[in-house]
Design a protein. Structure first.
Length: 92
């Protein structure tokens, strides 16, 4: 999480920007043919979940929402790496 130094409106815009970049970057291994079909399924589901969870922060920022979001971001990355491992060994 980034510190809120320039106000809530800029922080909300930054959260939205980083969410879009994160979800788009998770599709890069599939787009560059480095993964099979497990990763896109995980990216679609988890990307939608991350977007839905960060939407309230972009609408009405609060510290409580941001604190609840951090463990979910760590879980998202863990699931992404697990999908990459499964995809590597199964090669569906």
């Amino acid at each position: 999480m980034l510190p809120v130094t320039h106000g809530d409106s800029l922080h909300r815009l930054t959260v939205l920007f980083y969410t879009v970049i994160l979800v788009a970057a998770t599709a890069l291994p599939f787009a560059s043919h480095m993964s099979g079909l497990v990763l896109p399924g995980q990216c679609r589901g988890a990307g939608r979940a991350v977007s839905d969870l960060r939407h309230p922060i972009c609408v009405a920022y609060s510290d409580e929402l941001a604190e609840e979001n951090l463990p979910l971001s760590i879980l998202y990355l863990s699931l992404l790496f697990a999908a990459l491992l499964v995809d590597h060994y199964l090669r569906v």
